[in-house]
Design a protein around this ligand. Structure first.
Ligand SMILES: Cc1cc2nc3c(=O)[nH]c(=O)nc-3n(C[C@H](O)[C@H](O)[C@H](O)COP(=O)(O)OP(=O)(O)OC[C@H]3O[C@@H](n4cnc5c(N)ncnc54)[C@H](O)[C@@H]3O)c2cc1C
Length: 459
């Protein structure tokens, strides 16, 4: 069976290394301009689920590894592997059943497209904060989206998945069918051992009033800000998302250098509720803010517009994250790191979860690493010759989070670092994921970079 057999078997494009169009097929795979130095032997741009099945069977027969790619937004570039990259980019259909309050989405459907389509029906989903990220890897790794405090993680709103398994079979996995595959697909991320080709999602009512307040402070006031955020999160309802960004001052803020931008957003049932909740948060705010804008009316579209200002397509990124039991340390350490960042676009975010989130515990799924506080650092720069300085800054910032750190979030972890992938899961969940991978993918067709023992088995 040659590559021509594969070409004949799939409707989409098959591009092998050395062929015309290869550079375009490979170079367009990742969001991060700082791509790993890997060259897939073949890139298959699938046109349908049959193409996924044919490619997986071909790869298994030829001892090739398969790496599914949603939109290539994982900052560590892990979708780009040396074997066969299965580019799912064309599988992006969204079907909504407003009566059943269910959406069936193909993996490469984007967060923004889903939010917009649902909004037309008065519905919503905890879509991620960036409209261009596909649901593919976002849902598979967990998914921290808008209003996750009230709606839960995105993966906890998945009712079923359609998966192409390592032998090319297409199965549906849910709480009652192939429950072990369903367990793994909700948080397994790069440790997953199949290709998700459809997600079935449980939907929510579109909030009637979304409002955000903005408070800017000098970055040196991180400790007071953490006190405020922790106090506020202990008393506000779960429909509040309260993020602090440490970053360069935007032009409209009367400050030079770096600031803390604190943004409580409420996803409420009424304008009165939104204003009342934001009023309670404002009442606890430290005095002496550099700038304040209160209770700005938002929509999902304007939330996406605001979030997009932090990211620039085509530039270079290094990113890491940490779950921590020490919120005060997360705020202080990230503020100090950003104050010393070599590039002006570098930023960090810090979040305190509501106390109830920890008490409730996590639903039983592969997503198994979380804590009372979350922090993430983002190095962002343009010139390749500045890679070393920026990666070094990012790793220092990440190392600064070590006291109190429980682990990382797989969607935004520096997966090039040894041990980081493993620390994205509770140890027992990782052991279960790897045992399931050995059972369902004994040849190690999937994720060679992520699962060393699978690579060994196949090797
Ligand atoms: C600008 C930006 C903003 C972000 N914002 C958020 C946010 O708000 N909340 C959040 O939780 N995360 C966020 N992320 C992280 C993002 O959700 C994850 O990195 C996610 O993996 C990206 O999805 P993707 O489909 O592009 O994954 P890819 O980079 O394409 O793939 C990532 C991994 O998942 C595997 N994979 C992808 N799709 C499939 C599939 N269908 N079947 C099997 N394996 C698959 C790949 O093989 C690879 O190992 C953000 C990332 C960026 C770049």
């Amino acid at each position: 069976m040659t590559i021509e057999t594969l070409r004949a078997a799939v409707r989409g494009d098959v591009v092998a290394d050395g062929e015309a169009g290869y550079a375009e097929a490979r170079d367009g795979l990742l969001f991060n301009g700082r791509a790993p130095d890997r060259r897939p032997a073949i890139v298959v741009r699938v046109a349908c689920v049959d193409d996924v099945q044919a490619t997986v069977r071909y790869a298994a027969r030829h001892g090739l590894k398969v790496s599914p790619r949603g939109s290539g937004h994982n900052f560590s570039g892990i979708a780009l592997q040396d074997g066969v990259v299965l580019d799912l980019g064309a599988l992006d259909r969204i079907a909504i059943d407003p009566v059943a309050r269910i959406a069936e989405v193909e993996p490469a459907a984007k967060n923004g497209a889903l939010a917009e389509a649902l909004g037309a029906h008065g519905l919503a989903f905890p879509t991620g904060h960036c409209h261009t990220v596909s649901l593919s890897g976002y849902l598979l790794g967990g998914g921290f989206g808008w209003n996750s405090g009230a709606w839960g993680l995105a993966c906890h709103n998945v009712e079923a998945v359609d998966v192409v398994m390592a032998d090319g079979r297409l199965i549906r996995a849910s709480a009652t069918e192939h429950p072990d595959v369903f367990w793994a697909a909700r948080g397994g991320g790069p440790e997953f051992f199949g290709v998700v080709v459809r997600y079935r999602l449980r939907l929510h009512d579109l909030p009637k009033a979304i409002r955000t307040s903005l408070f800017f402070y000098p970055i040196e006031r991180a400790a007071e800000i953490e006190d405020w955020v922790t106090a506020a999160m202990a008393v506000v309802p779960s429909n509040v998302e309260f993020t602090t960004h440490f970053q360069s001052a935007p032009p409209f803020v009367p400050a030079v250098g770096k600031v803390a931008m604190c943004t409580p957003t409420v996803f409420a049932d009424s304008e009165a509720e939104a204003r009342e909740t934001l009023g309670r948060i404002a009442a606890l705010a430290p005095a002496g803010a550099l700038a304040v804008e209160e209770a700005l009316p938002m929509t999902f579209a304007s939330l996406y517009e605001a979030a997009a200002t932090s990211f620039y397509t085509g530039t270079r990124y290094a990113v890491d994250s940490a779950w921590s039991v020490q919120p005060a340390h997360v705020f202080a350490s990230l503020a100090a790191s950003v104050a010393a960042a070599p590039a002006p676009h570098a930023f960090a975010l810090a979040v305190v979860l509501p106390p109830a989130a920890g008490e409730a515990g996590l639903p039983d799924a592969a997503f198994s690493m979380a804590g009372p506080a979350f922090g993430a650092a983002y190095a962002i720069w343009d010139a390749p010759e500045e890679d070393a300085a920026n990666v070094a800054w990012l790793r220092d910032a990440a190392d600064g989070l070590a006291p109190g750190r429980l682990g990382h979030y797989v969607g935004e972890a520096d997966l090039e670092r040894p041990g980081w992938l493993e620390a994205c899961y509770a140890p027992e969940a990782l052991a279960r994921l790897r045992a399931l991978a050995t059972l369902h993918d004994p040849l190690g067709v999937f994720a060679p970079g992520a699962r060393p023992e699978a690579a060994r088995l196949a090797g």
